[in-house]
Write a protein that binds this ligand. Structure first.
Ligand code: MN
Length: 523
């Protein structure tokens, strides 16, 4: 188990118990002294990289690998070590790549191949044959790269000097993604109710999903959730409402004061119940369904059910790091969880979002992102307002509590994963979040963005790729994260950005169709 499941403390970054293993390739051809030098340099480099603070996961040096047996042993050890989220390899000297075959066959953790060198510059005055034989990563890394390609090993190749911040940043991205992938294997997503009837895009093959991406998705009876809800005490709910008062602007509108506080208090009870179930069940992601909230008849004498959709609870649990998908969208719930894990400690935030309403405005045409309730307050531009309004969707049709805010402006990226029947496709899209005009009557949180490169091309590409109306959105991460993620779990990845043009994008989709069909046939 990589991360503690559930109940993440606010602000607590969960990378500290994880490790990345560093293995330096060498061989004994140049004598024991050469290996001693290789070992010394490697230690210095690993210590140097850790000291920069640029890589959020600690790198642990695992020594030189000088033979097939040694390579296989360290790869197997990495597989069996729960703290190890990935391996970095680097060939200080020439390391004949057949010695890597068995180890690479065994390796089940993400791989980063770092093409670097101990010294930055050639020591022009003193370089001799010994120096050149010792410092030949230019040569050794290419041999290693060949065997990875020959064996179709997915990996990230980072080229650059190890003291260079650009190279370190690429390793940092991979490290965060590797931590996310390790976490994904431990994710249990609870569906409170099924996915919404008749909706295609939120459905899919949960068995294949677990095999491929690691997430385990279970249904959880709403009747059992209600047992938790019933047991939440008034005192517990009142204490949580006091916390709300500190965090949010209290805004009482047409519901009136009595209904407002009743709905907020019941929302607090729902939040406490949901958090307890998730903790007790070891789950870090969940979905809800607005048609499945306990007993149907609120006027029945022994009624037991949520009196409203638990939107406020979902907003707050998302902020804590629980994956969330509305309408039973388990794929987006899981992806959001991974996004939150990957971007811990980053400043601007992430959320579950839905494409809601278009705004045509020439070359600034945009799409309003929102949901009936469930947007994560991490992306709020200002202190959220706690409001209660009537919500006419779903089984309840009741006054309902929610956090209302608009979101920050600036670049961001949305992502989704869809089931195409023969494979999963991860899609990302660059967006530019812009300032909306005031929307005094919109009773929900929102964000407004221009899909890149333009609405016409960007939204068109998303539709051609089969993207969802739900997405996992972030201001902080880049395409590189999703590219690394897709590579590590072995799913298709397509990206939409400033460079996208429709003709090439369609061709990419066709090419990928062929590639993944052949790939499946070969396996
Ligand atoms: Mn939705």
């Amino acid at each position: 188990m990589v991360f503690p499941l559930g109940g993440q403390e606010r602000g607590h970054i969960m990378f500290q118990d994880l490790e990345i293993w560093w293995v330096t390739g060498a061989q004994l051809l140049y004598g024991g002294d050469a290996v001693v030098a290789v070992d010394g340099h490697s230690k210095e480099m690993v210590a140097g990289l850790n000291a920069t603070g640029n890589i959020p996961v600690k790198i642990v040096y695992k020594g030189t690998a000088n033979s097939s047996k040694e390579v296989e042993a360290v790869m197997q050890a990495a597989n069996n070590d729960g703290k190890c989220v990935g391996i970095i390899t680097w060939m200080h000297t020439f390391s004949p790549a057949k010695m890597w075959i068995k180890g690479l066959q065994a390796l089940q953790k993400p791989l980063l191949h770092f093409h670097t060198q101990y010294n930055a510059e050639i020591p022009w005055d003193s370089i001799d044959m010994d120096f050149m034989n010792l410092n030949q990563s230019a040569h050794g890394d290419i041999e290693f790269g060949h065997i990875c390609t020959r064996m179709r090993i997915a990996r990230k190749v980072v080229c650059g000097y190890w003291k260079d911040e650009e190279a370190q940043k690429k390793i940092a991205v991979w490290a965060r993604v590797a931590a996310g992938v390790a976490d994904a294997k431990n994710v249990r997503c609870l569906m409170f109710g099924m996915n919404m009837n008749n909706v295609a895009v939120t459905d899919g093959d949960r068995v294949e999903f677990e095999q491929r991406l690691g997430y385990h998705v279970d249904y959880y009876p709403v009747s059992s959730l209600m047992e938790y809800y019933k047991k939440v005490t008034d005192k517990e709910a009142d204490d949580l409402v006091e916390e709300y008062k500190k965090l949010y602007t209290i805004k009482i509108d047409e519901s009136g004061e009595d209904v407002y506080w009743e709905k907020v208090k019941n929302s607090a009870k729902a939040e406490i119940a949901l958090r307890r179930v998730l903790k007790d069940e070891g789950a870090t992601a969940f979905t809800t369904n607005f048609d499945d909230l306990g007993d149907a008849d609120v006027n029945a004498p022994d009624f037991c059910g949520f009196d409203q959709i638990p939107g406020l609870a979902s907003q707050r649990l998302m902020e804590e790091g629980y994956g969330f998908g509305a309408e039973g969208d388990w794929k987006t719930a899981c992806l959001y969880r991974t996004l939150w894990v990957m971007q811990q400690g980053m400043p601007t935030g992430c959320s579950f979002l839905e494409d809601y309403t278009l705004n045509f405005a020439g070359n600034r045409s945009s799409c309003l992102q929102s949901h009936m309730l469930e947007i994560c307050p991490l992306i709020a531009s200002d202190k959220p307002k706690l409001e209660v309004h009537f919500l006419g969707i779903g089984i309840r049709k009741q006054q309902t509590a929610r956090l209302v805010f608009t979101s920050k402006t600036g670049r961001g990226i949305k992502a989704t994963v869809v089931d195409l029947g023969n494979r999963f496709r991860l899609i990302s899209q660059e967006v530019e979040c812009i300032e909306p005009k005031p929307m005094p009557h919109l009773p929900v949180a929102s964000a407004l963005w221009v899909p890149q490169p333009t609405f016409e091309i960007g939204a068109g590409a998303w539709i051609l790729a089969g993207g969802t109306h739900h997405s996992a959105f972030s201001y902080d991460i880049t395409e590189e994260y999703w590219e690394d993620f897709a590579e590590m779990v072995g799913v298709e990845y397509v990206k939409i950005n400033k460079e996208t043009n429709t003709y090439d994008f369609k061709q990419t989709l066709r090419n990928n169709e062929m590639y993944f069909m052949l790939n499946k046939a070969l396996k």
